[in-house]
Design a protein around this ligand. Structure first.
Ligand code: ZN
Length: 195
């Protein structure tokens, strides 16, 4: 397991910071360094399920069975959990998932729906405290045609946004985050999670 380096209080990623190309790697002092263009070693693998079945072949069913650091889980609720996206759209990209293997939003029980909403609310608060994003995208891609990577297991995205980050989408699309920094991100968010 990785050793988490002491991290100075982040000032919050600024567009100018993210445009610097000469930052040395390995000194994580802000989420923007997730985009250092190294090829990542896949921990969970690009293992999309071969079918829609629940169980170990579903990443969202499998993750809660591993320890938090290994699975990148930030918080476990009673009916749903919060996990970092291994393939983030932006630094700090979280997903809120029911433990139950269901594909559609209408399949949520009232209790699951409320807990997912509460976890989403806390996720926004925690990300705001830790990384000071300027805004958020929240959403569910229901079905492969709508963009869901793992369509069989419902998950709500919580994507922090910063002014100017859209300029980096071409970079994001071609690079992968370093897992060590995802571990650091998870540690920071888990430590800031209330209760
Ligand atoms: Zn599942």
């Amino acid at each position: 397991m990785t050793t988490v380096q002491p991290i100075e209080e982040p000032a919050g990623p600024q567009p100018a910071d993210r445009e610097r190309a000469d930052d040395p790697p390995g000194v994580p002092d802000g989420f923007e360094r997730l985009w250092t263009p190294h090829r990542m070693v896949y921990l969970l693998g690009e293992d999309k399920p071969v079918d829609g079945d629940a169980g170990p072949q579903c990443p969202f069913c499998r993750a809660p069975g591993r320890d938090d650091a290994e699975s990148l889980i930030v918080h476990r609720g009673a009916l749903a959990y919060v996990v970092l996206n291994l393939y983030p759209y932006n630094p700090g990209h979280l997903m809120v998932c029911p433990y139950r293997h269901i594909a559609g939003y209408p399949e949520l029980t009232d209790e699951e729906m409320v807990e997912i909403a509460r976890l989403t609310r806390t996720a926004i608060a925690v990300l705001t405290e830790v990384a000071q994003p300027h805004g958020f995208n929240l959403g569910v891609n229901q079905g492969a045609v709508a963009g869901a990577g793992i369509a069989a297991h419902l998950h709500q995205h919580v994507v922090p946004r910063w002014g100017g980050d859209a300029n980096f989408l071409p970079i994001i699309a071609r690079t992968k985050a370093l897992p060590e920094l995802l571990f650091d991100t998870r540690e920071r968010l888990a430590a800031a999670w209330p209760g």
